[in-house]
Design a protein around this ligand. Sequence first.
Ligand code: ARG
Length: 463
Amino acid sequence: MTKQEKSWQHRLDGSTDVLAVDFVESLSYDWRLYQYDIVGSIAHARMLAAQKIITKAEFEAIQAGLVEISEQIAAGKFVFDKTQEDIHMAVESALIKKIGDPGRKLHTGRSRNDQVATDIRLWMRDEIEAIQSYIVQLQRAFVTLAAKYTEAIMPAYTHLQRAQPVSIAAYLLSFVEQLARDYTRLADCRRRLNVCPLGSGAVAGTTLPLDRQQTARDLGFADITYNSIDAVADRDFCAEFIFCGSLIAAHLSRLAEDWILYTAAEFSFIRTADAYCTSSSMMPQKRNPDMLELIRGKTGSVYGALMAMLTILKAQPSTYNRDLQEDKLHVFKAADVTSQCLRMAAAIVSHTTFNTDRIAAGLDRGFLDATALAEYLVRKGIPFRQAHGVVGGLVALCEKEGKEKLADLSLAQFQAACDKIEQDVYQTLNPAGVCQSYQTEGSGGCASAMSQVKYWGERLKKM
Ligand code: ARG
């Protein structure tokens, strides 16, 4: 056991077990909050001076000292001492070392409890903006790729079985829609977390006349928190932030899964650039989609962070408990992995081409035009349920006779199934033609894809 100089050395005997020092510290990871911690401290000190709790000269000494510390940390010249526990104590003790007595006044009317709650919110606001910018980059990559393929057709799958023909562009833009929800979900999260806990103190506020509105304004918060007991314990926003990351990861994992399949020889729908593949140490022919597999795999880390965060919150007694210190490990992890995967996905999307000839050559498989044939019968006055049955029978007939597509049936065979069918049926029976004739807004058809590309191109230009 060794003796350390601590802010509470008059209460405790100052002896600390090295195991406990390592166990309790968060400096090894919360140092990355330093800019936010310092900005928050400057705002707090400025307010203390405005309220005449400290003098203007003391504020100026505090501000100058903190700016210097910030520069030292940024330059990698700051010595982090984990016996200081966390970034808040590390900065404060460096300040006291640097400027003496005025430094000892910084923590007036403040606790690390409201300080850390403020720091994470400040950090998260910036992080959300960064993640949103990566989302937009990825959306742009999708739209650029989609613009090349509005007229190219691919099978859409449900249950991984061939379903209906769609424009490749419409398929690609389905991810742009998912990402747009991820973007606005983060904006909602940011709006809710953008309130300032400073002035809540340890749990009950303070008897000193702090101007909470001033620090909130100074730090760009939209408002203050209105209950100190809640404010020091609230980490809802951390769970919400990780949930936003989890859905981004879920969306990226679905893209990854599709494209891993699409690169397989059995599909051969796409080719991603060599830069995003690796080979095998043993099998010389291999071209493995490792980056996509890792995007899929890293989803586990983000979901894990969400589970961890929710579990940390579970059944904690009111209000602040040291359990909450663990929050940062998981929000940092979720933010880092989400950002990394979004950026990797944007690079891959920008370097992928669709093998349109190969896809087109396979469009006759899977009876992609069957639903369109049922709708042809609807136009001839047949109730849809009955039409569905007729076409189901025709598909079964094709399979029985070894015919690959409905168009291989003779007119006599069609008419035996339903006397409303005429020669014009053959115009319906072709996947590319079907894709040109979807009528509904937002369909997977070529015209719809074209207008979606235009819409997103313009919208993303403004972001
Ligand atoms: N490092 C701590 C955390 O991240 C700071 C708050 C500590 N507060 C306390 N009263 N021990 O939660």
